[in-house]
Design a protein around this ligand. Structure first.
Ligand SMILES: Nc1nc2c(c(=O)[nH]1)N[C@H]1C(S)=C(S)[C@@H](COP(=O)(O)O)O[C@H]1N2
Ligand SMILES: [Mo]
Length: 440
């Protein structure tokens, strides 16, 4: 019989790795020397947080609600980022025409609902900040660091998100979309570590009956006790009434915030939109304005009678006056502006199909990308890229009219882009140039 030396070598290497891993794990869970007892003062003293409201179960239920809200917010946020800065593999369709309006509305709504939930959750675990000993072993220290990262990242996301939807960019000394995007990944990573570490505790906490009628003590009872001031619910203990009321209050606050802000995108709720930063019908021609013509510095150029829209591509170039544009075949569509800030509003737009302009310079509208540029000299939103499905879509217009009238100056007069299923920030106003090229 021939022995296989390779197989034996692989086996010894594997065993070696396993032994190493075990040693690291043991080291991570090795108890660390406790800090001197005389430091155990103030909030660190035993029994510093006697509130009967706090319990492992309350924390677990709030944690699950938060996890769901955060998950939805994360997925819809990453989606919004991909649509605005598409990597090569990403395709975003032009239908259903109101899909982005829905996903971004959900993003902002779940983000806002997180405020009371996170507040209640932080309150419910606050005493744990003063747990004694502060670090039991290296693994415990790592978990606490992940929690610190999670809390900071979550607060950063909520605050920057709120500043964004209220248009307070000046208060953010960084580029909001990039910061909000990368910190989201940080929060998600920390959240996954946190869930991994806390899952057994959550299971135990939820298994225990809320009204404490059981008398059997379970082996997990100690694990579910969250440290100082946070009790595992021992059977027969009272205090579920106030705890339940706190949960209901946090849930109700989340619901009230949702209902009083959703009106900025859900039209029937507009009347009770008390907390929403925007009303969907507040602005010229019954539509909000994000950047005015004056703010964009395009007033004179937009009102100039010599205005021309240049369409180029495939070796051709046409220059169209406003009269030329109205002389082309006109179409009318009903489409929303769905701002990344979470408000949206539907308008009735009329103008020329982008695909007709592609044909005008000899392009195949089924295989074209368009770059649309505005009269605005500078600024991140002065131009945008229109992907092939949107160029080809019959709903995509170079709009000249809104609600049966010429476009208001602030809505993009003389001509703006309006396309189905696109973020508002990519519905470029005051168009001056459209460049078409073949899809590679
Ligand atoms: N040239 C230009 N187009 C622009 C913008 C801009 O700043 N400059 N803002 C965009 C944003 S963020 C939104 S939400 C929509 C809003 O369109 P409205 O002002 O007509 O409602 O226009 C988009 N088009
Ligand atoms: Mo926007």
């Amino acid at each position: 019989m021939v022995r296989d030396p390779d197989a034996r070598m692989t086996r010894t290497t594997t065993e070696h790795v396993i032994t190493r891993a075990r040693r690291v794990l043991r080291w991570l869970n090795e108890p660390l020397p406790p800090p001197p007892q005389r430091l155990r003062r103030g909030p660190l003293r035993p029994g510093a947080f006697p509130s009967p409201l706090r319990s492992a179960r309350l924390t677990a239920v709030l944690g699950i609600a938060l996890g769901v809200a955060f998950g939805v917010c994360f997925v819809t946020g990453v989606l919004s980022h991909l649509i605005q800065q598409p990597p090569g593999w990403f395709r975003w369709p032009s239908r259903p025409s109101g899909l982005y309006r829905f996903t971004q509305g959900l993003h902002v709504a779940t983000g806002l609902a997180t405020f009371p939930l996170l507040g209640a959750k932080l309150w419910s675990v606050f005493p744990r900040l003063f747990a004694w000993p502060p670090v039991r072993h290296a693994a415990h220290g790592a978990e606490r660091l992940a929690v610190a990262a999670l809390v900071s990242a979550a607060l950063f996301q909520l605050v920057t998100g709120l500043l964004n939807i209220t248009g307070r960019y000046a208060l953010m000394p960084f580029y909001f979309p990039a910061a909000h995007y990368w910190v989201a990944w940080l929060a998600m990573g920390a959240l996954l570590i946190h869930i991994g570490a806390r899952l057994p505790t959550v299971r135990t906490a939820l298994r225990r009956p809320p009204h404490g009628c059981a008398t059997v003590s379970r082996p997990g009872a100690v694990a579910a006790s969250g440290g100082p001031g946070i009790r595992a619910e021992t059977p027969g203990e009272t205090g579920d009434g106030p705890r339940r009321r706190l949960l209901i209050a946090a849930g109700a606050a989340a619901a009230v915030i949702t209902v009083t802000t959703a009106g900025q995108t859900v039209r029937p709720l507009a009347g009770i939109s008390l907390l929403a930063p925007r009303r969907p019908d507040d602005g010229p021609q019954g539509l909000p304005v994000n950047r005015t013509a004056a703010a964009a510095g395009v007033r004179d150029a937009a009102l100039d009678p010599g205005y021309r829209l240049t369409v180029t591509g495939f070796g051709r170039e046409v220059s169209l006056s406003l009269a030329d544009l109205t002389g082309l075949r006109q179409h009318t569509v009903r489409l929303p502006i769905a701002c990344v800030e979470g408000w949206s509003a539907t308008g009735t737009w009329s103008g020329v199909r982008l695909r007709d302009l592609a044909v005008l310079v000899g392009g195949d509208p089924g295989a074209c990308v368009a770059v649309v540029e505005s009269l605005q000299a500078a600024g991140r939103n002065r131009s945008s890229v229109v992907a092939p499905p949107h160029v080809a879509d019959r709903l995509t217009l170079v709009a000249l009219r809104l609600g049966g009238e010429a476009l208001a100056l602030d809505h993009g007069f003389p001509a703006r882009l309006i396309a189905p299923n696109r973020p508002g920030v990519m519905q470029t106003k005051w168009l001056t140039r459209i460049t078409l090229r073949e899809t590679r």
